[in-house]
Design a protein around this ligand. Sequence first.
Ligand SMILES: Cc1ncc(COP(=O)(O)O)c(C=O)c1O
Length: 380
Amino acid sequence: MITERAKRIRPFQVMEILERAREMERKGRDIIHMEIGEPDFPSPPSVKEAAIKAIEKDYTFYTPTLGLPLLREAISRYYEREYGLKVPAERVVITEGSSGAFLLLSLTLLERGRVLGITDPGYPCYRNFGHLAEAGLITIPLSEEDGYEIDPVAFEERGVPDLFIIANPSNPTGKVYRKEGLERIYRAIEGKGLLVVDEVYSGLVYDGGFDTALSIADDIIVVNGFSKTFAMTGWRLGWMVIPEGLIPPVQRMAQNIFISPPTISQHAALKALEAKRDLEEMRRTFKERRDFLLERLEGMGFTITCKPEGAFYIYAGIKRWKMDSRVFAERALEEAGVAITPGYDFGSYRASEYVRFSYTQGMERLREGCKRLESWLKRL
Ligand SMILES: Cc1ncc(COP(=O)(O)O)c(C=O)c1O
C-alpha cells in the first residue's frame, strides 16, 4: 500500500551518523557533535515568558490561516526596521516552520510537467518537496572554485525551471549571495519561472551584511523562519512573503493542510522579533566559532577556498586524503569520536570530496573536536 512517492524519499545520511553516534554514547564513548543543524542556544527568555503568558491567557485556539494579524504586521515592520523595505503585512504568510512554507509553495506551484530547480550542493529537503508534487528536477552544480556562484548560463544549458529555490545564506556552504548575484539569477528566469529565496539563516551573517531578495522585485518569493536566527527550532514557526496573486491559492491550501499555524508559538514569536540583544549575542558567538573552526580546519589541510560568511556550517574539501566523504565521516566518528556530515546529503556533484561541519557546539567542545581530528588525520 505504500506509495512510490513515499518509497522514493530517502533518509539523510546524517541520521545514520547520528544514530551510530548515539549508540556509541550509550556505550560510554564521548562524541563531539558537529553534524547537527540546529542552534545549541535556548530560545530568548522573553520568548519563553511570552509563551507561558499566552497559555495562561488561554490563547490556545486556532488563529487565522495566514497567521496572527499582529505577527504579520510585526514581520512587515521587521523588514522596514532591518532593511528599510515596505512589505505589506497582507503578503506575509505565517507557516509551520519554513518547511511548512516549502510544502505550501510546492503544492501550489508545482505539478507533473513542471520543473523544480535547485543547487547542488544544496539543502536536501527541497528536492523532496518537488518530488511530492510530482515535478521534474534540474540541479545546478556549484563549485567552490567559482565561489559557489550560480552562472545564469546554466539555465540556457539545462532549461529554466518553473520554480528555482536557493538558500541565502546557504546550507551547506555558508555562502552569502550578494544582491547583484541574485539579480542576475532573477533576470535569467524572469517571466519564465519564479525565484524562491530561502533566507532562514539571514540573521546569521558574519561579514559584509545581508541583502534580502525582497529588495530586488515584488515577484520574488522569500521564505524565512524563527528556527535558526531566533533559536526556535522546536516552536515550528516560519513565514514567507509572496506576491499578491498567490495569496488566495496559498490560503486555500493552508486552510486544508494546516488550518492555522501554532498559536502559542505565534504569540511567543512577537517577542522574538524584539529580542535584538539576545540575537546579536548569539550571532557574535557563532562568528567567534566560525573564525576559530575555519582557521583550525584549514591548518589541518581541509580546503575551504570560498569563505563561509553565514549560517553555521563549513563545507570542507577532503580530497587530499583520497577517501570518499562517506568513509571519511564514518571513520572520523569511529576513530576520532567526531560526528560530521558527508557531502552526499547535499547532492551528488563532487559529494565524495566534501564534508560539512556544524559549529553548533560551544568553544570547549569545538576545541576538543579539532584536537581529536588533528591527531586522527596525522595517524592516517
Ligand atoms: C536551508 C534550510 N531551509 C529550511 C530549513 C528548515 O527549517 P524550519 O522548517 O525549522 O524553519 C533548514 C533546516 O535545517 C535549512 O537548513
